[in-house]
Design a protein. Sequence first.
Length: 425
Amino acid sequence: HGAVRRTVARQAQRGDLGAKMIVDRDVVRDPYPSYDEIRSQGRIVRSALTLTTVDHEITQTMLRSPDFCVGMRMPENAPSLLQFLLKVGGSWPLGPAEPPSLLSTDPPDHTRMRKLVTRAFSAKAIASLRGRTEEIATELLDEMTAHSGARPRADVIAEYAALLPATVIAEMLGAPLDMREKFLEWGAGGAYSLDMGLTFRNFRRSERDIDALSEWMLGHFEELRRNPGQNILSDLVQAHDSDEGRLSDDELLSIAMLLLAAGFETTVNLIGNGTKALLEHPDQLARLQAEPELWPNAVDEILRFESPVQRTGRVASRDTEVAGIPVRRGSLIIAHLGGANRDPAVFDDPHTFDVGRAGADRHVSFSSGIHYCLGAALAKMEGEVGLRALFDRFPGMRADGPGKLRGTRVLRGYSSLPVRLDPTP
Ligand code: HEM
């Protein structure tokens, strides 16, 4: 593991852009200059290990193309170092992207597994959760107000942005609310497993936390067998046990873990990044306060401007081409979603945050094609409800320091965002 990391670090030092994206610390802090550097070198940039793109059209075309796969069909001739890097520490049990996760499964298995969960996340099903989500937001804001007392300070992430989606998904999955803190702790560790070339310390932490989450989940299945409820996991356990969904043990565990982890590890970043962007752009906040009908568009603009998931990858399963550029079978293309969202060919003044932007929803923050985020409608609803309730309650909220980035590469967001809640000035 250490040897692979050192090899990648050496390539980065030699100026290899693909390697730099895997190991360079500045990229975690602010990836946008590196995206522009990649863009200046071409639509697809070749590096020692991977192909890299920040091009919106190429990203979307590749994600929708049947000539690319997520791994199960990874051609044997993919470079062995690449195979190893993708699998590095492949011993951890069913991490969010480990096979048979939906994220790393190709058709036909992907189609069969995804069908079992789509209905619970349809626009209609999510619309019915809006009222309850508003109630949860109000309860959390009441607690924040009560705790802040004479010193009206708070951490938006710990006290609000993390708890809102964690509560919603726990209720959707029939998980006890007193487990929320544990989920957040395990999820924060597990999130490192998404990054290629992670440090050994973070690798060990992700392995330990994913283990703990799997163990809890297996116990939870037993509980749901004894006391089934009206929730997605009870339905999945039932589909598994009765064989109607043809779900294997690993598939059941993996879908459940992904739903839980995706439910609270991503939307926290949408709410956190949105809070940060609005505090840093008071003119945009003022516009939303004057024109609240812009909120849905503002959520898309926040997703575009600071994508909670910054990158994904696909392997060419045959010799093919994307937008006229030939790609050899076995090549891995890393698509930087956060870079594609700043493509000037699609978005005017891409580095400007504009809540009224026309076409903000052309972002690729939820990916595209068959792996398009299952939770997109849920995430957007939670983002809108969560941000709107927060700024309605504390219209004069101000940043109290720069906050702390969580330090992961695939996921971009804050682990802490201190604020002063007191009204202006
Ligand atoms: C897939 C982003 C929230 C469940 C994805 C992918 C992205 C993404 C980029 C596809 C990755 C790829 O193509 O390789 C996000 C963002 C979110 C969010 C930015 C919040 C702002 C959620 C929520 C849930 C969820 C709340 C559900 C509880 C899933 C699932 C997949 C997925 C199950 C796998 C779909 C498949 O492979 O077929 N998400 N997500 N996501 N997301 Fe989300």
